[in-house]
Every structure is written in structure tokens, then in C-alpha cells.
Design a protein around this ligand. Sequence first.
Ligand code: SAH
Length: 439
Amino acid sequence: MCLTIPGKIIDIKNGMASIAENQNQIKIDLGFVSGAKVGDWILYATERAVKIIDENEAREIINLLETKYKPVDNQKLPDRLKEMIVDLRANQQGQRGKRKVKRITKPDIEYLLSLENPEELTTLYSEANTLRKSELKDFVCIHGIIEFSNYCKNNCMYCGIQKDNESIKRYRMSADEIIEAAGDAIENEGYKLVVLQSGEDLSYSDDDIIGIISALKNNHKVFIFLSVGERSENFYRKAFAAGAHGSLFRFETSNPKLYAKLHPGHSLEQRLSSLRTQQKIGYYVASGSLVGLPGQTISDIASDILMVKKLGVPMISSGPFIPTGGTPLYKIKSQSANRRTKVKTVELFLKYIAVSRLLMPEIKIPVTTALETLDPENGRHRGLLAGANALMFNLTPKKYCKNYKIYDNKYVEREKVWQKYGLFKGEESYEMLEKRLRF
Ligand code: SAH
């Protein structure tokens, strides 16, 4: 799988390496990694070694996910938060039944989303991070996204590529360009999860998209996520048969009134119906909402998290709302007001990640580009340390990328160190990925 962590070999017997992990020793199949000896550092996935790496590289990777939280003095925490943590821990340790353990309720979620005191926030994030570590270890999954067209027939009020925004330059990538960009990322950089995203652009017929999926699946080992909006059941069936097994499809907000306001001519019901159809077909669906929309309340956001849980999706796709030029929701603010809003939105979104992790211990949570856009220095790191476990890198060719302006100043940097961490070539890793995603 594309998820690896470094470990130091302390013993080798019959092709199995012993690695020290936390307090325990675990055994890893050395498989095709030849020449490994005791004392070497290796990158390994759940069950197999992937490659030998040097110690500096290993330490660089370990540092990325090192917990940076200072311990909080329990006495200073409000009783409600302390009790919730005790209950959550008991829940995770399967102690339900042995004593009465309270489930997290909607008012609890609202309470957690409203925390502001730095020590309380630290407690929330570090609980979520500990849970991520115990459920998913430090395996970080890396997705690549190709934004192949910024034409859209819809007018979502928040979205920079909405039909009526005349301030952006529109583009469409040809099938060959899409296939080349994805092929290059897969073969030369080691990507195994590729998202094909666009506005709702019907100038690509069902067959055009299916042709692209087939070409990619015939030539590469890749897991394809579609993110093309509402299309017919027939389309989603054919695309699945052609080999696209994932779908990134947000419900955007679980509040039907707010949904209708933000999506002229569309309804939440219609969006959810398409989502359920995709689940029925068998797609690995990533879904979620926008956080911090104008008119959205803390109660709405709590409902969004509960909706993710109710839908039972294996992966969350959510992000902070970023006001975007050329859209009805864009308001020009002073620079300092803007900075304050940014800080608030980042914090709210980190709380959303942490609460989601606490409620759904095994769910995959990518740090989306919007968080990195609001906090380019630390967004990625802070997201992971609040309980997220996956990253999304932009693979759209440079000449188009700047015009895919869903929101302003989109973050597109790809840091080498993360790529080292989560990307490696080799079929074996892909097979582990498919197995893990159950296809
Ligand atoms: N057409 C596809 C893909 C939409 S764009 C679909 O309908 O699913 C991908 C995502 O970008 C959207 O789901 C939305 O949640 C997000 N997005 C759009 N505008 C945004 C903004 N201003 N700030 C943050 N995220 C935004």
C-alpha cells in the first residue's frame, strides 16, 4: 500500500525481519528487499518491507509525525471534557458493557467544536492523534489529484469555477493529456491513488471518461477516484466496470435549507441519492462537507460529522471554506480581519478532523489542499497531528493548475520529504493497497 513507516532491523530470521515498534517487536516479511542486514533502516507497509533507506531519511520521516504536544495538566480541564475523554478511552478499549460508558452525543460534538482554550484544544488534538496512531499507526496515504477541466454547468455559490464566474480562464485537458499526466505520476513518481476531478462538464461524454479510465487501468497499476459530480447511475456503473473504484463526492452540507441556498437548482436529497447509488454500486466513497460556510452554525457542522458517520463512508473528504473572488460569497475584508477569519477557520477545521477521528477511529482522513492553502507553513502537519492520516498532492500540469481556481491562492506545493515517505514504486505496494481497500 502507499502507506509506509520506517523501522530499524534488530534481527533477521528466514526472510523475516524483526523491527522494534513502540514497546513491541514485530516481524516484517523482507520479500523482495534483498541485502537487508541487522542495523539497516527499512520502509515497511503493514506486512512487508518496501525498501532500504538511510538513517537520516528515516529520522526525517519519523520527525514529521512526532507528537509535539506538551502534556496538559488534567486539573485545569473542565469536568465535562475530562469525563468525555475517560468515556472515549473506555469505548476504544472495548470496555462498553463492563461499565456504563456514555456515547458522544450531538451536544457533546457541539461542545468539542466550540472549545477555544489552548489547553483544551491541545487535549482534543492529542487524544485524536493518539487514536490515529493506535488505529492506523503512522501510515500516511498519498493521493494525487488531476483537475482536468474547470468548466462547470452549475453555480455553487462558494465555488470559484462556478458557471457564472467570468474572471477565470477556462480549460479542458484532452484525454491524451490526462492519460499522460496520470501515467507520469504513477510510473515516475510512484503514485498509486489518482483522483480525476473536474467541474460538472458534460462536454466529456460518459464514453470519453470511461475511455480515459480504461486506458489508465490497462496500462498502470492504479486506484482511480472519480470526482466529477452528479452523473447518471448508468455512468457510474460503466465507470466502475472500467476500473474506477473510488469516488470523491462531498454532500457539502447536511442542512437541506443551506444546501438549497448554496446550490441553485439542486437539492441535498438529489446529491445524497447519487452518493447512495455510488455506494450501492460498490464505490469506495469519500464524502464530507465544507466547514465555515456563511450561514452555517456549529450545530450544522456537528450534524455534518454525524452524517459522515451515518453514511458509513470509509474516507472523509471535507475542507475549510475559503472565500473566493468572482463568487457571490466573496466579501472583501481588511487584511487583519481576513487573517483572523483564516485562523478561526483553520482551528474550526482542525477540531472537525479531531472530532471525526474520535467518533470514527478507523476512518481515513486526508488533509485537503484547502487547509494547506489557509496555513501553508503548518496546515499539513497540524492536520495530521489532529488525527488526519492522508495527504493530497496536486498533479495537474502547471499550465492549467493556476486556472483551477475553486478557491483563491490554492496550495500546490509538493514537498519532497512527504513524497519520500508515502510514494514508492513497485507492484507489491499496489496489491496491498487494493487488498486494504477490499477490491
Ligand atoms: N464537480 C465535482 C467536484 C467539485 S470541486 C463535484 O460536484 O463533486 C471539489 C470540491 O471543492 C467541492 O466538493 C467543494 O467542497 C470544494 N470547494 C469548492 N469551492 C470551495 C471554496 N470556496 N472553498 C473551499 N472548498 C471549495
